[in-house]
Write a protein that binds this ligand. Structure first.
Ligand SMILES: NC(=O)c1ccc[n+]([C@@H]2O[C@H](COP(=O)([O-])OP(=O)(O)OC[C@H]3O[C@@H](n4cnc5c(N)ncnc54)[C@H](OP(=O)(O)O)[C@@H]3O)[C@@H](O)[C@H]2O)c1
Length: 243
């Protein structure tokens, strides 16, 4: 049966790959912020793969963004089966000595607060869904800590803890899981990582390669098809962090 899926940050990278992976036979709500052209291309790909795309725009780095996204979703559908909280990024690389209140607030609003509130506002739609699930994108950085993006890593740590709390409070009806990617080749690094840093990350990965966004999308599909997993975080990181 067709699933109704909302992917935030579906215009590029992991979100776009997830939209393509999950498209066949499904209704896919594609959220984007600034990359309108790329989001349009993803919508075309979803349609070509046999899915039904809908585009939604909202800036999730501000308080109003999550609300705006929820309003659009309530107009478009009366139920949701899968919410993928994927939108995010390093607003600005800062060490602890460089940390500014405003960038810290924007970083937490984009990566953590919007994830919390989009989830909260999607609860009525999820409760009306079939085998509903929330999947949050965190990061290997929340496990290792990041000296050059300390608030980004901390905001992802908050999302990981939220995943477990939400999994407990929303069980048994709604499952909540997370995926913690390692270094994945996407526009994320074009915006925030120098070529030298990127090479260092690759060298610190035991498999000595960077991941492709499709490999994270496959983990989303795996969780979507699973039935006995909740409150879990799946590492897709080439061995960069091992428990
Ligand atoms: N790539 C990696 O190595 C890596 C590693 C660990 C975790 N992650 C996480 O994986 C997720 C996807 O990242 P990615 O690598 O696919 O990066 P990406 O290609 O840069 O995609 C980021 C997505 O988030 C959206 N976004 C960014 N700022 C936004 C804002 N203010 N409001 C709303 N949406 C916003 C972007 O939308 P527009 O372009 O339309 O503005 C885009 O669709 C993120 O949560 C990231 O933290 C990535």
């Amino acid at each position: 049966m067709a699933a109704r899926i909302l992917i935030t940050g579906a215009s590029t990278g992991i979100g776009a790959a997830t939209a393509r992976e999950m498209a066949p036979g499904n209704t896919v709500f594609l959220h984007y912020n600034t990359s309108e052209r790329e989001a349009g291309e993803v919508a075309v790909a979803v349609k070509e793969a046999g899915g039904t795309p809908h585009l939604l725009q909202a800036d999730l780095s501000e308080k109003r963004g999550a609300e705006l996204l929820a309003e659009q979703m309530n107009e478009l559908t009366d139920a949701l089966d899968l919410l993928v909280n994927n939108a995010g990024g390093i607003v600005k690389r800062e060490t602890l000595d460089e940390t500014e209140w405003d960038t810290m607030l924007e970083t937490f609003t984009l990566n953590a607060f919007s994830t919390f509130m989009v989830t909260r506002w999607m609860l009525p739609l999820l409760r009306a869904g079939r085998r509903p699930q929330v999947i949050n994108l965190t990061s290997v950085a929340m496990r290792t800590g990041s000296p050059t993006a300390i608030m980004y890593a901390s905001s992802k740590g908050a999302v990981d803890t939220f995943t477990r709390g939400a999994a407990k409070t929303l069980a048994p009806q709604i499952r909540v899981n997370a995926i913690a990617p390692g270094v994945i080749a996407t526009p994320f690094h074009d915006k925030a990582t120098s070529p030298e840093q990127f090479d260092q990350f690759k060298a610190a990965t035991p498999l000595q390669i960077v991941g492709r966004p499709e490999e994270v999308a496959q983990a989303v599909r795996f969780l979507h098809e699973s039935t006995f997993i909740t409150g879990a975080t799946i590492d897709v990181n080439g061995g960069m962090y091992m428990h």
